[in-house]
Design a protein. Sequence first.
Length: 130
Amino acid sequence: MLANQIISTGLQYLGTPYVFNAPSYQTDSFDCSSFIKCIFESNGIILPRNSRQQFEVGVPISFNQIKKGDLLFFTTRERKNRQGLSRIGHVAIYIGQDQMLHTYRQGKKVMISELNSYWKKSFIGAKRVL
């Protein structure tokens, strides 16, 4: 299953440092959207570079329909009062069992996080690109 391959690719980068606006086409550091772009592209799925552009592709999925491989989009403290696409400030990949694989915030690294109340409160939408 392609979703499992993409997740497996992503897990190889656990611990890779987060750097805001990390350059594409390198794997020494990532920001949230360059990480997603990298692991999907490694498996033949081409995605745009940033989270707002990534939100514009794929099929919209409601939160209760998400499955492995779906992209999850969130707002951030800085963007929560904005409108439309500009509210989106973070993207992650759903890996099953109420968990997501992502990277965010300076000082953090590629990690697995639980879809807890913090993330659910910041959730904007999900997209299926597989």
